[in-house]
Design a protein around this ligand. Structure first.
Ligand code: ADP
Ligand code: ADP
Length: 234
């Protein structure tokens, strides 16, 4: 579903400083319908990987292929279309406090020009799906962290993407809330056949939820494969 082939990313150095090689010769295969964990310490290249997967950046060398499309070969217009097949959630939820939960979830549909009635219907269905049907009229400030992340998950999925990118999505949550959000991501990945990518600095998150694990260090993949193969039990 998502393939990175020999991907390297170098940022130009600022005046007088050396260029920064954020990723080096990364090969990854992320199959459809699975929850893929990517873990590494600060500076290991996680954010750069996120920006390559969500098409905010292009690799310096190598290929990124999502759903059979080589992203590196797309025009700007095609990139905008391809980005619609990718949903994203963040550490700090990135919800708009001026809008209700329902209006936050509906926003991507509104921006895509979907009519008001259909927006409300689809957003309402997704809120039900994440267990927040009763809080549709609440504003983000009235919700707990776990509830806010559920709203963000509903918003990420309302446009029916095939890929769900989770960037430190549980890092602001307590352990019990983290567990319930991971259970929800597991369920949605299975039911909707998503390719879910969990990017985190916390190994616990990966061992709890992921089907596959990739360890990044200093911009390189040091291990990748089925969870049990990469992380020894106990
Ligand atoms: P992580 O998310 O794991 O902390 P990053 O991808 O943010 O890793 O960073 C990897 C390396 O690339 C770090 O050395 C970082 O300072 C550098 N880096 C990231 N973004 C930029 C940028 N826009 N310009 C220059 N260097 C960058
Ligand atoms: P994170 O690791 O959570 O992404 P950072 O503080 O590393 O947070 O990066 C914040 C932003 O600054 C990112 O957009 C990243 O691309 C950029 N950045 C990181 N390191 C550098 C750097 N050395 N030079 C320029 N921009 C950088």
């Amino acid at each position: 579903m998502i393939t990175l082939e020999n991907v390297s990313k170098t940022y130009p150095g600022r005046r007088g400083s050396e260029p920064v090689q954020a990723l080096t010769e990364v090969d990854l295969e992320l199959d459809r319908g699975l929850l893929h964990g990517v873990v590494g310490p600060s500076g290991s290249g996680k954010s750069t990987l996120v920006r390559l997967l969500n098409l905010l950046e292009r690799p310096t060398t190598g290929r990124v292929v999502v759903g059979g499309q080589e992203l590196t070969a797309l025009s700007a217009r095609e990139v905008r279309a391809a980005r619609r097949s990718i949903g994203m959630i963040f550490q700090h939820f990135n919800l708009l406090d001026s809008r209700t939960a329902l209006e936050n979830v509906a926003l991507p549909l509104e921006l895509a020009g979907v009519g008001r009635a259909e927006c409300r219907e689809r957003a309402g269905a997704l809120l039900e799906r994440v267990g927040l049907g009763q809080r549709a009229a609440a504003h983000p400030r009235q919700l707990s962290g776990g509830q806010k992340q559920r709203v963000a998950i509903a918003r990420a999925l309302v446009t029916d993407p095939t890929v769900l990118l989770c960037d430190e999505a549980t890092s602001a949550l307590d352990p019990a809330t983290t567990a319930s959000v991971l259970d929800l991501l597991r369920e949605l990945t299975d039911d909707l056949g998503l390719t879910t990518v969990l990017i985190t600095h916390e190994m616990d998150v990966i061992t709890r939820a992921a089907d596959t694990a990739t360890l990044l260090a200093e911009g390189r993949v040091v291990e990748t494969g089925p969870l049990a193969q990469v992380v020894s039990p106990g």
